[in-house]
Write a protein that binds this ligand. Structure first.
Ligand SMILES: Cc1ncc(COP(=O)(O)O)c(C=O)c1O
Length: 296
């Protein structure tokens, strides 16, 4: 399998193997599953274009593993733990074309992006591509535990009856909650709401960035937004310490945010899509006050 540097895919042995972050997820674990390769994910802020990332993948196929030996490529359309990097449309389209050419299964991990967080049901819809398999979880059942794999029939029907399952698989209460979540999405127009809240938050974060050079980047898609904190220098040196102090200060003010990014210097916002405009504005005020305190 091929996965991406900076990707996060969970904590089972294969999940940690697929994950492209040595800290904290792979630290003190191992040995990992064999024959999993990692390739660069596009990162406009750090100079990795779609073209460069596609070329690196082609080089991997030429030097490390021949395409006919690759079962699947797994990717997050917006890297979550890896720092809220959005894969550009042309990158996802290039990846789809390459996987189709070689008969490689394309898996979209939508566990963090899925269910409306990027303004569409799924992140891959921004690129107009069709994956072969999609993973879903988190907001799927509005907080009740439920995860799933959705995919093309020939793959999904391949295991024999009983070949896939688990003690908690198909939990009836969680399934009912997921159906109610889908109704709520439609009735409360949560996709459009997430887009609008995201735009409001993005504008507020851009205003903060214009006043503080330590906010190197404001990025994300829809209501899945983050800021990257850097030292005040040309190299855009990641500042994980500033990030942690800001998160702690924000918490004291009543705002819960968490870190991400391979250098742990990215602060991410994952507010519910049912948040109000007033709450987004309040979050921005708390963040601004916290920033003023940590920078003084
Ligand atoms: C993109 C992505 N994939 C996989 C996982 C792992 O999910 P789980 O903890 O349910 O195995 C997560 C969890 O944060 C995630 O964000």
């Amino acid at each position: 399998m091929i996965a991406f540097r900076g990707g996060f895919h969970g904590r089972t042995l294969l999940g940690t193997t697929l994950t492209g972050m040595s800290q904290p997820y792979k630290q003190n674990f191992g040995p990992f599953a064999p024959e999993v390769f990692h390739t660069p994910y596009p990162n406009a802020y750090r100079g990795v274009t779609s073209d460069m990332a596609l070329k690196a993948l082609e080089e991997l196929l030429a030097t490390q593993v021949a395409p006919e030996r690759v079962a699947a490529i797994i990717i997050e359309p917006v890297q979550g733990d890896g720092g809220f990097l959005s894969a550009p449309v042309e990158f996802l389209q290039g990846l789809r074309a390459l996987t189709e050419k070689h008969g490689i299964v394309l898996i979209l991990d939508e566990i963090q992006t899925g269910f409306g967080r990027t303004g569409k049901w799924f992140g891959f819809q921004h690129a107009g591509i069709q994956p072969d398999l999609v993973t879903v979880a988190k907001s799927l059942a509005g907080g009740l535990p439920l995860s799933g794999v959705v995919g093309k029939a020939d793959i999904m029907d391949a295991p024999l009856p009983g070949g896939l399952g688990g003690t908690y698989g198909g939990n009836a209460l969680s399934c009912a909650a997921a159906l109610a979540v889908i109704d709520a999405f439609e009735e409360e127009k949560l996709l459009a709401r997430g887009e609008a809240l995201g735009e409001r938050l993005r504008q507020g974060l851009l205003r903060l960035q214009s006043r503080h050079s330590q906010i190197g980047d404001v990025r994300g898609t829809g209501f899945m937004l983050a800021i990257e904190l850097i030292k005040n220098d040309q190299a855009r040196t990641p500042d994980a310490d500033l990030n942690q102090r800001l998160i702690d200060e924000a918490r004291k003010g009543g705002l819960l945010v968490i870190k991400c990014g391979v250098y742990r210097n990215v602060l991410r916002f994952l507010a519910p899509l049912v948040a109000t405009e007033a709450q987004v504005d309040e979050a921005l005020q708390i963040l601004e006050a916290a920033l003023a305190r940590v920078l003084n």
